[in-house]
Design a protein around this ligand. Structure first.
Ligand code: GLN
Length: 198
């Protein structure tokens, strides 16, 4: 691996600033020197060790990535952490998608968009995860409804999977249905540790 550690945050819309802050804080907590860069063009994708896809709107994220000609290149990134809309982007099957919506199809998970209902049905809850406790914020969140055997479950809410990870060959993917960047750095630290194998 090259000497400068670089983690990108897909920076079209959504919680970009919050993810940049959480990633910087996580790397500080781990005593690592990581450059955290916003990603808006395909040119920097090859410099990234990992990418974080923030929540927002998965249909819009897909369109903007296509418009910038970076969609196919994103599939080559070895480590991706998707939160909320980002988890939808990672999944290989989506229910209630729009007719032209595509996902990266990198993780063996099936996900249901807007499964909890409208924006007003958004909620917050203290959740126990395999990484520790977190105050989880669900904003028009998706539900992970099915995962393949080799997907490891990291957290559930009332029995439903809300955080999981999958290693496929040398690639690593982490998907969560809520917004960890708003309340904690535990998921960012966990992801960084996986990326740099520490
Ligand atoms: N409802 C959004 C979507 O389908 C996800 C919401 C979020 O990321 N907070 O992309």
């Amino acid at each position: 691996m090259k000497s400068q550690k670089t983690v990108g945050i897909l920076a079209f819309h959504g919680d970009v600033i919050e993810h940049i802050e959480a990633t910087k804080n996580a790397s500080k907590n781990l005593h690592l020197n990581i450059e955290v860069v916003p990603v808006r063009t395909k040119e920097i994708i090859h410099t990234l060790d990992a990418l974080i896809i923030p929540g927002g709107e998965s249909t819009t994220l897909h369109k903007l990535c296509e418009r910038e000609g970076m969609w196919e290149k994103m599939k080559q990134i070895k480590n991706i952490f998707g939160t909320c809309a980002g988890a939808i982007m990672l999944s290989n099957q989506v229910f209630h998608k729009t007719h032209d919506q595509k996902t990266l199809e990198l993780m063996d998970i099936e996900i249901d968009r807007n499964a909890y209902g409208r924006q007003t049905e958004s909620f917050e809850k203290d959740i126990k995860t395999s990484l520790g406790d977190i105050h989880a914020v669900f904003i028009r969140a998706p539900r992970i409804i099915k995962v393949k055997k080799d997907v490891m479950i990291l957290a559930r809410n009332d029995g439903e999977i809300i955080a999981c990870e999958q290693k496929i060959n040398k690639n690593y993917y982490l998907a969560v249905c809520f917004h960890p960047e708003l309340t904690s750095t535990i998921f960012h630290e966990y992801f960084i540790k996986k990326v740099y194998q520490i």
